[in-house]
Design a protein around this ligand. Structure first.
Ligand SMILES: *Cc1c(COP(=O)(O)O)cnc(C)c1O
Length: 232
Protein backbone atom coordinates (compact mmCIF):
# COMPACT_ATOMS: atom_id res chain seq x y z
CA UNK A 1 0.00 0.00 0.00
CA UNK A 2 1.42 3.40 -0.89
CA UNK A 3 1.59 5.78 2.03
CA UNK A 4 -0.40 8.97 1.97
CA UNK A 5 1.84 11.96 1.47
CA UNK A 6 1.58 13.21 5.04
CA UNK A 7 3.06 9.93 6.27
CA UNK A 8 6.36 10.91 4.70
CA UNK A 9 6.96 13.85 6.99
CA UNK A 10 5.85 11.90 10.08
CA UNK A 11 8.10 8.99 9.14
CA UNK A 12 10.97 11.42 8.67
CA UNK A 13 10.59 12.74 12.21
CA UNK A 14 10.61 9.17 13.57
CA UNK A 15 13.74 8.28 11.59
CA UNK A 16 15.59 11.41 12.70
CA UNK A 17 14.86 10.42 16.31
CA UNK A 18 16.06 6.86 15.76
CA UNK A 19 19.20 8.21 14.05
CA UNK A 20 20.02 10.50 16.94
CA UNK A 21 19.62 7.62 19.40
CA UNK A 22 21.79 5.25 17.34
CA UNK A 23 24.62 7.51 16.12
CA UNK A 24 28.16 6.96 17.36
CA UNK A 25 29.28 9.57 19.93
CA UNK A 26 30.15 12.98 18.44
CA UNK A 27 29.01 11.93 14.98
CA UNK A 28 26.57 14.20 13.24
CA UNK A 29 24.80 11.90 10.80
CA UNK A 30 22.85 13.10 7.78
CA UNK A 31 19.71 11.56 6.33
CA UNK A 32 19.63 11.00 2.57
CA UNK A 33 16.05 10.38 1.43
CA UNK A 34 16.16 7.73 -1.30
CA UNK A 35 13.44 8.81 -3.70
CA UNK A 36 13.90 6.42 -6.63
CA UNK A 37 10.49 5.54 -8.15
CA UNK A 38 8.79 8.09 -5.85
CA UNK A 39 6.73 10.91 -7.29
CA UNK A 40 7.69 14.56 -7.47
CA UNK A 41 4.80 15.26 -5.09
CA UNK A 42 6.11 12.80 -2.47
CA UNK A 43 9.52 14.47 -2.68
CA UNK A 44 7.94 17.89 -2.31
CA UNK A 45 6.15 16.81 0.89
CA UNK A 46 9.44 15.74 2.46
CA UNK A 47 11.21 18.87 1.24
CA UNK A 48 8.55 20.99 2.88
CA UNK A 49 9.15 19.04 6.11
CA UNK A 50 12.80 20.14 5.96
CA UNK A 51 14.48 17.34 3.99
CA UNK A 52 17.24 18.78 1.79
CA UNK A 53 19.12 15.80 0.31
CA UNK A 54 17.64 13.17 -2.01
CA UNK A 55 19.18 10.04 -3.52
CA UNK A 56 18.33 8.60 -6.94
CA UNK A 57 19.56 5.51 -8.79
CA UNK A 58 18.87 6.50 -12.39
CA UNK A 59 20.38 9.55 -14.05
CA UNK A 60 17.46 10.40 -16.35
CA UNK A 61 14.83 9.96 -13.63
CA UNK A 62 16.80 12.30 -11.38
CA UNK A 63 17.29 14.89 -14.13
CA UNK A 64 13.53 15.01 -14.63
CA UNK A 65 12.78 15.39 -10.94
CA UNK A 66 15.49 17.97 -10.40
CA UNK A 67 14.05 20.12 -13.14
CA UNK A 68 10.49 19.74 -11.85
CA UNK A 69 11.59 20.77 -8.33
CA UNK A 70 14.25 23.32 -9.30
CA UNK A 71 12.72 26.13 -7.25
CA UNK A 72 13.28 24.15 -4.02
CA UNK A 73 17.08 24.12 -4.41
CA UNK A 74 17.41 20.51 -3.24
CA UNK A 75 20.66 18.53 -3.15
CA UNK A 76 20.75 15.43 -5.39
CA UNK A 77 22.93 12.36 -4.90
CA UNK A 78 23.49 9.54 -7.39
CA UNK A 79 23.52 6.23 -5.49
CA UNK A 80 23.04 3.87 -8.47
CA UNK A 81 25.75 2.44 -10.68
CA UNK A 82 27.16 5.04 -13.07
CA UNK A 83 27.68 3.98 -16.67
CA UNK A 84 30.47 5.73 -18.56
CA UNK A 85 28.09 6.98 -21.22
CA UNK A 86 26.00 8.78 -18.55
CA UNK A 87 28.85 10.80 -17.03
CA UNK A 88 27.98 13.94 -18.97
CA UNK A 89 24.36 14.13 -17.78
CA UNK A 90 25.25 12.85 -14.31
CA UNK A 91 27.83 15.58 -13.75
CA UNK A 92 25.21 18.22 -14.57
CA UNK A 93 22.32 16.62 -12.69
CA UNK A 94 23.87 15.68 -9.36
CA UNK A 95 25.58 17.57 -6.57
CA UNK A 96 27.07 14.31 -5.26
CA UNK A 97 27.96 11.03 -6.93
CA UNK A 98 28.35 8.24 -4.38
CA UNK A 99 29.25 5.45 -6.81
CA UNK A 100 32.68 6.21 -8.24
CA UNK A 101 34.35 2.79 -8.41
CA UNK A 102 36.70 2.88 -11.40
CA UNK A 103 39.29 5.25 -12.78
CA UNK A 104 37.73 5.65 -16.20
CA UNK A 105 34.79 7.60 -14.75
CA UNK A 106 36.97 10.36 -13.36
CA UNK A 107 38.15 12.26 -16.45
CA UNK A 108 34.67 12.30 -18.08
CA UNK A 109 33.09 13.56 -14.84
CA UNK A 110 35.76 16.25 -14.45
CA UNK A 111 35.35 17.41 -18.05
CA UNK A 112 31.58 17.50 -17.83
CA UNK A 113 31.65 19.42 -14.55
CA UNK A 114 34.17 22.05 -15.65
CA UNK A 115 32.50 25.45 -15.94
CA UNK A 116 29.56 24.49 -13.72
CA UNK A 117 29.29 26.28 -10.41
CA UNK A 118 30.34 24.21 -7.39
CA UNK A 119 32.61 21.20 -7.44
CA UNK A 120 31.04 17.78 -7.92
CA UNK A 121 31.21 15.97 -4.56
CA UNK A 122 32.32 12.34 -4.87
CA UNK A 123 32.32 9.20 -2.77
CA UNK A 124 34.30 6.12 -3.72
CA UNK A 125 32.08 3.03 -3.62
CA UNK A 126 33.73 0.01 -2.03
CA UNK A 127 32.73 -3.62 -2.61
CA UNK A 128 33.36 -4.34 1.04
CA UNK A 129 32.24 -7.97 1.04
CA UNK A 130 34.11 -8.71 -2.21
CA UNK A 131 30.93 -9.96 -3.87
CA UNK A 132 31.17 -11.23 -7.43
CA UNK A 133 29.52 -8.96 -10.02
CA UNK A 134 28.85 -6.21 -7.49
CA UNK A 135 29.65 -2.55 -8.05
CA UNK A 136 32.39 -1.00 -5.98
CA UNK A 137 36.18 -1.09 -6.01
CA UNK A 138 38.39 -3.33 -3.93
CA UNK A 139 39.69 -1.76 -0.71
CA UNK A 140 43.24 -1.64 -2.09
CA UNK A 141 42.06 0.49 -5.05
CA UNK A 142 40.64 3.30 -2.88
CA UNK A 143 43.82 5.32 -2.63
CA UNK A 144 44.52 5.35 -6.37
CA UNK A 145 40.97 6.60 -7.04
CA UNK A 146 41.28 9.17 -4.26
CA UNK A 147 44.51 10.58 -5.66
CA UNK A 148 43.12 10.84 -9.18
CA UNK A 149 40.03 12.67 -7.89
CA UNK A 150 42.17 15.01 -5.79
CA UNK A 151 44.00 16.16 -8.95
CA UNK A 152 40.81 17.37 -10.65
CA UNK A 153 39.79 20.98 -9.84
CA UNK A 154 36.13 20.33 -10.74
CA UNK A 155 35.84 17.35 -8.37
CA UNK A 156 36.00 17.02 -4.61
CA UNK A 157 36.57 13.78 -2.77
CA UNK A 158 34.33 13.53 0.32
CA UNK A 159 34.61 9.90 1.41
CA UNK A 160 33.34 6.35 0.98
CA UNK A 161 30.10 4.51 0.30
CA UNK A 162 29.21 0.82 0.64
CA UNK A 163 26.32 -1.61 0.32
CA UNK A 164 27.21 -4.70 2.38
CA UNK A 165 26.05 -8.15 1.28
CA UNK A 166 22.33 -8.73 1.93
CA UNK A 167 22.22 -11.10 4.91
CA UNK A 168 18.71 -11.86 6.16
CA UNK A 169 19.87 -10.87 9.64
CA UNK A 170 21.13 -7.26 9.38
CA UNK A 171 23.31 -7.85 12.43
CA UNK A 172 25.55 -9.97 10.18
CA UNK A 173 26.40 -6.78 8.24
CA UNK A 174 28.03 -5.21 11.31
CA UNK A 175 31.57 -6.49 10.53
CA UNK A 176 31.35 -4.97 7.02
CA UNK A 177 30.31 -1.62 8.51
CA UNK A 178 33.20 -1.80 10.97
CA UNK A 179 35.62 -2.56 8.14
CA UNK A 180 34.30 0.46 6.20
CA UNK A 181 34.89 2.61 9.25
CA UNK A 182 38.56 1.51 9.31
CA UNK A 183 38.96 2.30 5.61
CA UNK A 184 37.28 5.68 6.15
CA UNK A 185 39.55 6.61 9.06
CA UNK A 186 42.62 5.69 7.00
CA UNK A 187 41.41 7.74 4.01
CA UNK A 188 40.56 10.75 6.20
CA UNK A 189 44.09 10.72 7.57
CA UNK A 190 45.47 11.16 4.04
CA UNK A 191 42.81 13.53 2.62
CA UNK A 192 41.69 16.42 4.81
CA UNK A 193 38.47 17.07 2.89
CA UNK A 194 37.11 13.56 3.56
CA UNK A 195 34.22 13.71 6.01
CA UNK A 196 31.50 11.36 4.74
CA UNK A 197 30.91 7.64 5.28
CA UNK A 198 27.71 6.61 3.49
CA UNK A 199 26.31 3.29 4.74
CA UNK A 200 23.07 1.98 6.20
CA UNK A 201 19.60 1.60 4.65
CA UNK A 202 16.06 1.10 6.02
CA UNK A 203 16.72 -2.25 7.67
CA UNK A 204 20.21 -1.66 9.06
CA UNK A 205 20.83 2.08 9.50
CA UNK A 206 21.03 1.91 13.28
CA UNK A 207 23.80 -0.69 13.10
CA UNK A 208 25.62 1.39 10.48
CA UNK A 209 25.36 4.50 12.66
CA UNK A 210 26.68 2.67 15.70
CA UNK A 211 29.67 1.67 13.55
CA UNK A 212 30.34 5.26 12.45
CA UNK A 213 28.20 6.10 9.41
CA UNK A 214 27.89 9.86 8.79
CA UNK A 215 25.20 9.54 6.10
CA UNK A 216 22.43 6.94 5.88
CA UNK A 217 20.41 6.26 2.71
CA UNK A 218 16.78 5.53 3.49
CA UNK A 219 13.93 4.85 1.09
CA UNK A 220 11.35 2.31 2.24
CA UNK A 221 11.21 3.44 5.87
CA UNK A 222 10.49 7.00 4.70
CA UNK A 223 8.22 6.56 1.69
CA UNK A 224 6.82 3.05 2.15
CA UNK A 225 7.46 0.10 -0.17
CA UNK A 226 8.44 0.86 -3.74
CA UNK A 227 6.38 -0.46 -6.65
CA UNK A 228 7.61 -3.97 -7.50
CA UNK A 229 8.45 -3.00 -11.07
CA UNK A 230 11.26 -0.75 -9.82
CA UNK A 231 13.02 2.17 -11.33
CA UNK A 232 13.82 4.28 -14.36
C1 LIG B 1 17.38 1.76 -2.92
C2 LIG B 1 18.65 2.05 -2.22
C3 LIG B 1 18.67 2.48 -0.87
C4 LIG B 1 17.42 2.58 -0.02
O1 LIG B 1 16.99 1.30 0.34
P1 LIG B 1 15.75 1.11 1.39
O2 LIG B 1 15.92 -0.29 1.82
O3 LIG B 1 14.51 1.37 0.62
O4 LIG B 1 15.96 2.08 2.49
C5 LIG B 1 19.88 2.81 -0.31
N1 LIG B 1 21.04 2.72 -1.00
C6 LIG B 1 21.06 2.31 -2.28
C7 LIG B 1 22.37 2.24 -2.99
C8 LIG B 1 19.88 1.95 -2.92
O5 LIG B 1 19.93 1.52 -4.20
Amino acid sequence: MPQSSSDGSRQRAVILQRMAAAAAPSTHARLLAVSKTQSVDAIRVLAEAGQHSFGENYVQEAARKREALAELGLEWHLIGTLQSNKCQLAARTFDWIQTVDRTKLIAPLAQARAGIEGRLQLLVQVNVDDEASKSGCKPDQIEDLAERIAREPALQLRGLMAIPAPHADPELRRPAFARMRELFVALSARHAEVDTLSMGMSDDFEIALAEGATLVRIGTALFGARAASGGA
